[in-house]
Design a protein around this ligand. Structure first.
Ligand code: NAD
Length: 256
């Protein structure tokens, strides 16, 4: 396949929310580097198409239905992945969702959905996967947070809280799992051209323009822009990096 790098050869990886957008690009990249990828999503038909594309490009993949809001679903997905692909080594927590609105106008039902997918989803997938990684004596967990979780973002209060929560959770998990040779790291996209961004910005074209002007590298991210950082953290090249957070957002966030 295209990249020519094979540092993930035969490693089994789960990517959540991998049917489309950033997750799809991450799944493609991990497969390019040799991983056997479980394309996990609630949209099973779209996940199947993505897995087909990966196989057509010479990679190894299978689609798995996974609703990250359910621990039972995550546990069943991990069991299926291990049965069909082999011992799990890499978990990429990517599934996410948001609704843009001022906090004071937001309904608790929306908070519940945002928290269930963005924060609880990461907890569920870690809870289902970590015992397997411990059993195998190694593992890499990479979670997709957001610059919103580092510096806040107008209209995304609860989402930002979840993404900040992912960062703090990951640092703690990194400390707890270091003795098991399991690395836990976080990659933060900024505004990235996907269905999610188009959806939340549909009625706010001016906000989208202002966002792009605020990005030092002067463009929205593309899903593929995130892939290198995630592949790095998923690989043996990152064996000595844990509890780290990196923004891949065109310089939008330059945290110390
Ligand atoms: N696009 C951006 O501007 C941006 C910016 C910062 C962070 N992010 C983060 O990047 C990640 C990917 O976002 P994207 O822009 O590619 O979004 P997207 O909407 O294009 O894709 C998200 C995927 O997650 C899946 N998903 C949703 N709920 C799920 C659930 N309960 N269980 C399993 N899968 C589920 C969807 O079916 C979809 O395939 C998210 O965590 C998002 O918060 C995106």
């Amino acid at each position: 396949m295209a990249s020519g790098i094979t540092r993930l050869k035969d490693k089994v990886a789960i990517v959540t929310g991998a049917a489309q957008g950033i997750g799809r690009a991450l799944a493609m990249r991990l497969a390019e580097e040799g991983a056997k990828v479980a394309v996990c999503d609630i949209q099973e038909d779209v996940a199947n198409r993505t897995a087909d594309e990966i196989r057509a490009a010479g990679g190894a993949a299978r689609a798995v239905r996974l609703d990250v809001t359910s621990l039972d679903s995550a546990t069943a997905a991990v069991a299926m992945v291990e049965r069909d692909l082999g011992p799990l080594e890499i978990l990429v927590n990517n599934a996410g969702w948001d609704k843009l609105e001022p906090f004071i106008e937001s309904a608790p039902e929306t908070w519940d959905k945002v928290i269930a997918i963005n924060f609880r989803g990461v907890l569920n997938c870690c809870k289902a996967s970590v015992p397997r990684l411990i059993e195998h004596g190694r593992g890499k967990i990479v979670s997709i947070a957001s610059d919103a979780g580092r510096v806040g973002s107008l209209g995304e209060a609860v989402y930002s809280g979840c993404k900040g929560g992912i960062i703090a959770f990951s640092k703690t998990l990194a400390r707890e799992l270091a003795r098991n040779s399991i690395n836990v790291n976080v990659v933060c996209p900024g505004p990235t051209d996907t269905a999610l961004l188009r959806g939340v910005m549909e009625s706010r074209p001016k906000v989208l323009e202002a966002m792009q002007r605020g990005i030092p590298l002067r463009r929205l991210g593309k899903p593929e822009d995130l892939a290198g950082a995630v592949a790095f953290f998923a690989s043996p090249d990152a064996d000595f990096a844990t509890g780290q957070v990196i923004s891949v957002s065109g310089g939008l966030t330059m945290a110390g």
